[in-house]
Design a protein around this ligand. Structure first.
Ligand code: MN
Length: 254
């Protein structure tokens, strides 16, 4: 099995080294990751300048750094390797729970693999200045084994608590936030801002965030289709709007 390993914290992050080490127990590993941190860049791709794909020394791994985003790394990595059987992204320095999934470069890298028809898993854990991953490695192995089964979801967002007590399949937590922004002044007297939004509600049971708060490894199956299917299926408004549009077209023609 050929496993492409990537992240959004940069190729020298301790998390990617830990993930590549675990991945090597399952197959042949190639590491392709950004040359600098790309956290919270989401699913950005680079189209206004050329990209470089450069071999570097990273322990005993075949490793390449890219001057681009996590999604760029997966696209270039799969191109150069002529595909892969699995893409692993992480271990991110910080959870990717709830709305984080929209901003996360770690999840976007996995999503890019799914775009290219390769199954993928994103791994995230709490932020630590000097992380040690020994406690997480059995959980990561367990998750990879689980997701190698034929019934696995194609794209999974995994979050690992510091001392996991079990696994839980979860939904993405959706909460309202207060949109708080903190204003300050820089040494030159110019105004600057920090995003400091706080959630207004507690996480619902069986969501990713709820699982982490209960010391459970959270596995959230994700899909690429964001369509609001419930609304489409239940709402007569869609039919009414389509009918109104047809009437407008008919009027404009007459
Ligand atoms: Mn990150």
């Amino acid at each position: 099995m050929r496993i492409l390993v990537t992240n959004d914290d940069g190729i020298y992050s301790p998390g990617i080294h830990a993930l590549a080490t675990v991945a090597a127990r399952f197959g042949q590993v190639r590491v392709v990751a950004p040359d600098a941190e790309q956290s919270a860049t989401g699913h950005a791709i680079t189209i206004l300048r050329p990209l470089r794909y450069r071999r570097i020394k990273l322990a005993d791994f075949e490793a390449y750094q890219v001057n681009g985003t996590p999604a760029d790394c997966v696209a270039l990595g799969l191109h150069h390797w002529d595909g892969a059987d699995l893409v692993l992204s992480g271990i991110n320095l910080g959870y990717n729970l709830g709305h984080d999934v929209w901003h996360s470069g770690t999840v976007a890298a996995a999503k890019q693999a799914a775009f290219l028809n390769v199954p993928a898993i994103a791994f995230s854990a709490t932020f630590e200045v000097d992380p040690t991953y020994e406690a997480l490695i059995p959980g990561i192995e367990q998750v990879i084994n689980l997701l190698l089964e034929s019934t696995r979801p194609f794209l999974v967002n995994v979050n690992l608590p510091p001392a996991p007590q079990g696994l839980r399949w979860t939904r993405q937590s959706v909460r309202s936030y207060n949109g708080h922004v903190v204003a300050g002044t820089d040494p030159m007297g110019r105004q600057h801002y920090w995003f400091a939004a706080r959630p207004l509600t507690d996480p619902a049971e069986d969501t990713d965030r709820w699982a982490i708060e209960h010391d459970l490894i959270s596995l959230t199956p994700l899909r690429l289709d964001l369509t609001d299917e419930t609304w489409l299926a239940n709402s007569t408004a869609a039919d009414e709007q389509a009918a109104a549009h047809r009437r407008l077209l008919a009027q404009s023609r007459s």
